[in-house]
Ligand binder design. Structure first.
Ligand code: ATP
Ligand code: MG
Length: 246
C-alpha cells in the first residue's frame, strides 16, 4: 500500500485507486476494469470530483424508480464490488432489489471473490451464481449475454453500474428500464439508459442509499436526455471557469 499524504489535492481519487488496486490483488477486479476506471477518472477530473446538480436529480429519480419497481435487480461487477460493497447491500435492502453478479470478463475465480465480499458485507441471496438458472440475452455475444433467469432476465428495472454499451443496448431491447452510473455522459451506456447518474459511483452510491431511505410518494418529472445535456453543460462551465483562472 502506498502512503498518500492527507494534504494531497487529489486525495479521494488516489484512495479510490488504492481500493481498485487492492480489489485487483484480491481477484475482484479484472485488468480491463482498472483501465475502464482510468477512463472514468479522466471524466471525474473534468467534472471537478464532486456531485453535480444534474447527478443529484438523477439520483432522486433512480431512488424513486428502484423503490417503485415490481422487480428490480442490482447488477454487480468487480469494480462495483471493490468500491462500494456495503452500499450495494444497503441499497438492495432499502429498495427491495435483488443482487446479481454479472461480469463482462467472466471467470469463476472472480465470481467467487465478489460473492465473498458481498456476503461479508451482509448479502444473503445472490443471483448469477447457479449455472442451472442461467439463460441468454439476445443481441450480444459470448459470456456477456449470460444472465440469471430469476434475476436480470425477469427484472423490469436493472441498475447496471459502469456498464458496456453493447450490453446496455441488449438490456433495453429486452424491455428493461436501465439505471446506470457513468462518469462519461457521452458513452453509449450513458446515452441509452433511462436514468444516467453522471458521477463517481463511490460518491453517488452513498447519496442513492440516503435517498432510498426517504419516503417520497409523488412521482418526479425526469427526462434523461435533458439531464445529460445539463451534465455536459456543467462540465463545460467548470472547464471555462478553470481555464479563466489558469
Ligand atoms: P460504452 O461501451 O458505454 O460506450 P465505453 O466503451 O467508453 O462505454 P466501458 O469500458 O465500456 O466504456 O465502460 C466503463 C464506463 O464506466 C466508462 O464510461 C467510464 O467512464 C465509467 N466509469 C469508470 N469508473 C467509474 C466510476 N468509478 N464511477 C462512475 N463511472 C465510472
Ligand atoms: Mg464499452
Amino acid at each position: 500500500m502506498t502512503i498518500i499524504p492527507k494534504s494531497h489535492p487529489r486525495l479521494n481519487s488516489l484512495l479510490i485507486r488504492e481500493k481498485l488496486v487492492k480489489g485487483f490483488e484480491d481477484n475482484l477486479v479484472a485488468k480491463e476494469g482498472l483501465l475502464a476506471h482510468g477512463r472514468g477518472e479522466a471524466f471525474d477530473y473534468l467534472i471537478g470530483e464532486k456531485t453535480s446538480k444534474s447527478a443529484k436529480d438523477a439520483i432522486k429519480a433512480a431512488a424513486f424508480m428502484l423503490k417503485n419497481a415490481e422487480n428490480s435487480v442490482i447488477s454487480v461487477n468487480g469494480n462495483f464490488a471493490a468500491l462500494c460493497p456495503k452500499e450495494i447491500i444497503q441499497l438492495a435492502k432499502n429498495t427491495n432489489s435483488k443482487i446479481e453478479v454479472n461480469l463482462f470478463y467472466s471467470s469463476e475465480k472472480r465470481k467467487k471473490a465478489i460473492t465473498k465480499i458481498l456476503k461479508k458485507s451482509g448479502a444473503t441471496e445472490i443471483y448469477g451464481l447457479n449455472k442451472k438458472s442461467s439463460t441468454k440475452l439476445l443481441g450480444i455475444d459470448s459470456a456477456r449475454r449470460i444472465v440469471d433467469k430469476n434475476g436480470i432476465f425477469s427484472a423490469n428495472v436493472v441498475l447496471v453500474p459502469l456498464e458496456d454499451g453493447d450490453r446496455t443496448i441488449a438490456l433495453k431491447k429486452a424491455k428493461k428500464k436501465i439505471i446506470t452510473f457513468d462518469l462519461n455522459p457521452l458513452s453509449r451506456t450513458a446515452q441509452t439508459a433511462d436514468i444516467t447518474i453522471v458521477d463517481n459511483v463511490t460518491r453517488a452510491m452513498k447519496l442513492l442509499v440516503i435517498e432510498s431511505q426517504k419516503k417520497r410518494k409523488e412521482s418526479l418529472t425526469y427526462n434523461n436526455k435533458k439531464n445529460l445535456k445539463l451534465a455536459i453543460l456543467e462540465i463545460r462551465k467548470n472547464l471555462e471557469r478553470r481555464a479563466k483562472n489558469a
